[in-house]
Design a protein around this ligand. Sequence first.
Ligand code: PEP
Ligand code: MG
Length: 320
Amino acid sequence: RRAEALARAGTLCHSADGVRIEIFANLGHRDEAAPAVARGAEGCGLLRTEFLFLERAAAPDEAEQSAEYQAIADALGERPLIVRLLDIGGDKPAPYLPIAPEENPALGLRGIRVGLARPALLDTQLRAILAVRPAGRCHIMVPMVAGLEELRAVRARVAALAAEAGLAAPFRLGIMVETPAAAMLADRFAAEADFLSIGTNDLTQYALAMDRGNAAVAGGVDGLHPAVLRLIAETCRGGARHGRWTGVCGGLASDPLAVPILLGLGVTELSAAPAMVPDIKALVTRLTLADCRAHAEAALACATAAEVRALAARFAEEMP
Ligand code: PEP
Ligand code: MG
């Protein structure tokens, strides 16, 4: 099959009209890295580091974390590795990290808010990431950002810890765009972040005010809702204004109906579930950016998610 052939060839992905689109994989464990590469992943666009922290009595120390990150970096060869800082909180509890019961965990202490409230936890993880060789190997991604202060605080810690370790290599530091606040302020974030990666799972939950884990509203939680698409468009505009790349590492990157719209909105990196990498890569090679842009314009003009999905289904049927 075409998808399998592409994966085997290990070729870098371009659209049918020659635009480079990076196809990365989301990883949640070191064992997933080599199989993802075998499926054609060109890097890791989201390493969910929670796997190291959950279901244990004490947090992993710097040496343990560093060994894990190094193993994943080595399995990826020279391919980019984007390490997301710990994203846990009220919804993903850890016994050594007591967080007072919250009425609204999704709106409480989670993502980078935990790291900033527990500086030792954040510093240990940053030291472990900075220790991966060669220096500068890992790109660092900050989850659940809502304000510039959070990015600035992390950048200051990265600079201080790198100086302490005698490292001169530049470290790439980007944010996940998962809150409407980050999407609407993308131009300001892009002035200070090296990249923007949209977490469409949370961005959808927060834009629609629908709990992504609540079965009663699950039917409505659709990243193709036109309100979410407008936030994605705003994010891409903000990134482009400062020459930063904008990617998607949420579920939409693994949704073949969403991919043409995302490219049309200006996304140039897709980080998908490893199993979906061959299909997404094969799909992108058949798309032209001109078609995607016209399609995205039409999607932005839709009134409901159902309309967008119907439009996307027609686009897929009519694809050459
Ligand atoms: C997201 O929110 O889209 C995302 C990629 O992060 P997670 O699913 O781990 O919350
Ligand atoms: Mg998220």
